[in-house]
Design a binder for this molecule. Structure first.
Ligand code: CMP
Length: 134
């Protein structure tokens, strides 16, 4: 089915000048960018976005990293967009990410891991609403 998913190009990838290369991977895989915004997240915005991780030991570092520079937030649309985007991204930890994935090619560490993508239909709906409303 045609789905929408939320994707974030994180501060490390923006700083590396690979926004275009990452968007190009989505496009070449048949995903369409249907909304997009470059912005600097406030601490409150980053904390709200990652609220489900609030109790995790890495939460403070995650919020600090996501507010360390501008990000590019986009909605991707296409057949099985949620799973497809996760395949393009690769494993959360770039050391475990398969060859040819975005994280394998552009990410440095589990914190600076280049991209975020919604992990389920429920998260996609919440995350798209969080940045772009309904
Ligand atoms: P993301 O998909 O944006 O969702 C939460 C982020 O927390 C994740 O990518 C990682 O960048 C970061 N993170 C840091 N440590 C961990 C960890 N141990 N497990 C999962 N995510 C982590």
């Amino acid at each position: 089915a045609t789905e929408r998913t939320l994707s974030i190009i994180k501060p490390d990838a923006v700083a590396k000048n690979v926004i275009g290369e990452i968007l190009s991977r989505f496009e070449k895989a048949g995903l369409k960018v249907v909304e997009m915004q470059m912005k600097s997240l406030s601490k409150a915005e980053a904390e709200g976005f990652y609220a489900e991780h609030k109790e995790r030991p890495f939460f403070a570092d995650l919020v600090a990293f996501m507010t360390s520079g501008p990000v590019v937030v986009q909605v991707l649309e296409g057949e099985n967009a949620i799973a497809q985007n996760r395949e393009l991204m690769g494993a959360t930890n770039p050391k475990e990410a398969a060859e040819g994935t975005i994280r394998r090619d552009f990410a440095e560490s589990i914190d600076a891991n280049a991209v975020h993508g919604s992990d389920s239909a429920a998260s996609a709906e919440r995350e798209i609403g969080y940045f772009f409303g309904n």
